[in-house]
Design a protein around this ligand. Structure first.
Ligand code: IPD
Ligand code: CA
Length: 273
């Protein structure tokens, strides 16, 4: 297996930056939009174009790697060994569609099933988050080291989508509690940006009931290298081949949010007797 080098990672970073610029320059034509399953679930021709661009660029950078992207449905429960790219060509597609100027490109690189490197680029703020396992996490070249800030001293982020109401009662009970405890709550519409902002210390926690591997594959390394935790709500590791629930935060805010979710689930589950 090829050894990862700084040169490989710089080339990946450049490709992610280019894809981000392509997204920023796009003019969304309404006839280039398709609906996916459920309410408010879209894909645009730019999601597809960015994915085609990244697949081509990445295969030139690391030809032995398998490429998996949100738009090609090539995910299966058996992740191959060796290198695998997991890519979201546009994270925050609905924001993109409505000109919110808040979307990003997210690309993770797995090695033997484990996240090894990650890039999240928000072209609207020109923010590049990158990390390499064992070599640190950076925002625009500045090393990230999250302080262990509790909920009471920071912002709490959460995500939900109109096309999935599973656990929605528990989520909003949890959000209510986060509103009571944290300095403020926010929902950005792009999980990858939200997770990276937690790594950067802009918020202390992010939670969502169902995310897909391409939403967090890049951010896992960015968060962990910055000293944050990311797990499923039951504390188990997030999966790189199936959807996962997510809590990501400073160690203190992660533990507090986990307890809040535990209580919210108890309160929202009918007792059955
Ligand atoms: C979505 C965004 C959103 C999150 C959803 C994701 P997409 O990704 O990250 O913030 O709440 O769960 O599916 O569809 O914009 O790539
Ligand atoms: Ca996407």
């Amino acid at each position: 297996m090829t050894d990862l080098t700084e040169g490989i990672l710089l080339a990946m970073e450049e490709a992610v930056r280019t894809a981000g610029r392509m997204m920023k320059q796009a003019h969304v034509e309404k006839d280039g939009i398709e609906k996916k399953e459920g309410r408010s679930n879209f894909v645009t021709e730019y999601d597809r174009r960015n994915q085609v661009y990244l697949e081509e660029a990445f295969s030139g950078i690391l030809p032995e790697a398998v490429f998996m992207g949100e738009e090609n449905d090539r995910f299966d429960a058996h992740l191959p060994m060796g290198y695998v790219f997991i890519v979201d060509p546009i994270d925050g597609t609905t924001n993109f569609l409505f000109d919110m100027s808040l979307s990003c490109v997210s690309a993770g690189l797995l090695k033997d099933g484990k996240p090894e490197a990650g890039f999240v680029y928000n072209p609207y703020t020109d923010d590049m988050f990158r990390a390499w396992r064992g070599h640190g996490a950076f925002r625009n070249g500045r090393r990230l080291k999250a302080e262990d800030v509790p909920l009471e001293e920071g912002l709490a982020l959460f995500g939900c989508v109109a096309y999935n109401r599973e656990h929605i009662d528990a989520l909003f009970l949890c959000v209510w509690e986060l509103f009571e405890k944290a300095l403020g709550i926010r929902s950005l519409g792009t999980a990858a940006v939200a997770l990276s902002l937690v790594a950067a210390g802009a918020a202390v926690v992010y939670t969502e009931y169902v995310l897909k591997p391409w939403d967090y594959a890049a951010s896992v390394v960015i968060l962990e290298e910055a000293g944050c935790r990311i797990t499923q709500m039951d504390g188990s590791p997030v999966s790189m081949s199936c959807p996962s629930s997510v809590i990501a935060g400073t160690p203190k805010a992660w533990a507090q949010t986990r307890e809040i979710i535990r209580q919210a689930e108890k309160a929202s589950t009918p007792s059955g007797c």
